[in-house]
Design a protein around this ligand. Structure first.
Ligand code: MN
Length: 309
């Protein structure tokens, strides 16, 4: 999806400490509401206080909602990041400039690595009222791969972890001994947690920093109630966390666990670009405007999205 990052999300220059604190903590950071392709989203990351969690640098949560004409996000470019698309409800078809055409349904993973440059479009398979609910996440690519070839992966089957009255699906990386087949360029974990009121604590990698974002329902993180879209930042050096449905709630609650080794560099993020300098962003913007081969053509009936001014 297009995730236009603006100055409101990632202002230039230092805006406070981004040093991951040691030890257990739960810091609650409210989401900012934004609009992407006619859909209201809750932007949980980046935050001024925490621009990244491991290499995770962007998290938009959308729905549950009914969209009048479905989701229609026309061709747009990316550099320097992986897009991780995860659905709770609905269906989206991905088209990219590598020639990939891939529908994604709940429980499946679309992982696109932009490297030096790629373009893609995402749209509902039908027009008319479509129900959508899910997340679009970005992972910053390290120096070793960010200038390299673009790639696309679809994973229809992902490993599950039994949490004892709850379960985790591992999207990327490893959790409780279960490893996702998806590509990772840095030490990273991403998992969907389905939890009840007495779900067992979850073991974490202490060299990672972690955060939890709520997709659905009422979730308590180490006893602190966390609302939908809020980012619960857990810091570094933790070996476990208790993620449960709020006591008294009858349904399963759903959240994403994001974590990784603190990222190697400061990012320059603007619109759909993740870079290191303003000059790199300006070059990518000019290349998209000029129709450079860097991004390639996307097969889509939708209009190409121009970069904002
Ligand atoms: Mn996109």
């Amino acid at each position: 999806m297009s995730g236009p990052v603006s100055e409101a999300d990632a202002p230039e220059g230092p805006t406070g400490s981004d040093e991951p604190p040691d030890g257990p903590q739960v810091e609650l950071l409210e989401a900012r509401t934004a609009e992407v392709g006619g859909l209201e989203v809750r932007r949980a990351l980046p935050k001024r206080a925490h621009r990244t969690v491991g290499a995770w640098c962007f998290a938009d949560l959308f729905g549950p909602a009914e969209v009048a004409d479905g989701m229609q996000i026309g061709p747009h470019p990316h550099i320097g990041l992986q897009t991780v698309t995860w659905l709770v409800e609905g269906e989206v078809v991905h088209h990219d400039s590598l020639g990939s055409e891939q529908p994604i349904r709940p429980g499946q993973l679309n992982l696109m690595s932009a490297g030096h440059g790629i373009a893609h479009a995402e749209e509902s398979p039908r027009r008319g009222v479509e129900r959508v609910h899910g997340a679009q996440l970005w992972v910053a690519q390290p120096e070793a791969t960010r200038h390299g070839e673009a790639a696309f992966e679809h994973h229809a089957e992902l490993p599950q972890v039994d949490l004892g009255d709850g379960a985790a699906t591992v999207l990327v990386g490893e959790l409780a001994g279960a490893r996702s087949p998806a590509r990772t360029d840095t030490p990273l974990v991403g998992a969907e947690l389905q939890v009840h009121a007495d779900t067992a604590p979850l073991g974490l990698e202490p060299t990672f920093e972690h955060a939890v974002v709520v997709l659905d329902g009422a979730v308590a993180v180490d006893g602190a109630e966390v609302g939908p879209g809020t980012l619960a930042y857990l810091g570094l050096g933790r070996s476990e966390v208790e993620v449960r449905a709020v006591p008294g709630s009858t349904t399963v609650a759903r959240a994403l666990l994001l974590g990784g080794e603190p990222f190697e560099a400061e990012l320059a993020m603007w619109w759909n670009f993740v870079a290191r300098t303003r000059a790199e962003v300006d070059q990518a913007r000019a290349d998209w405007r000029d129709g450079s081969e860097r991004f390639g053509p996307v097969t889509s009936a939708l209009a190409r999205i121009p970069a904002p001014d």
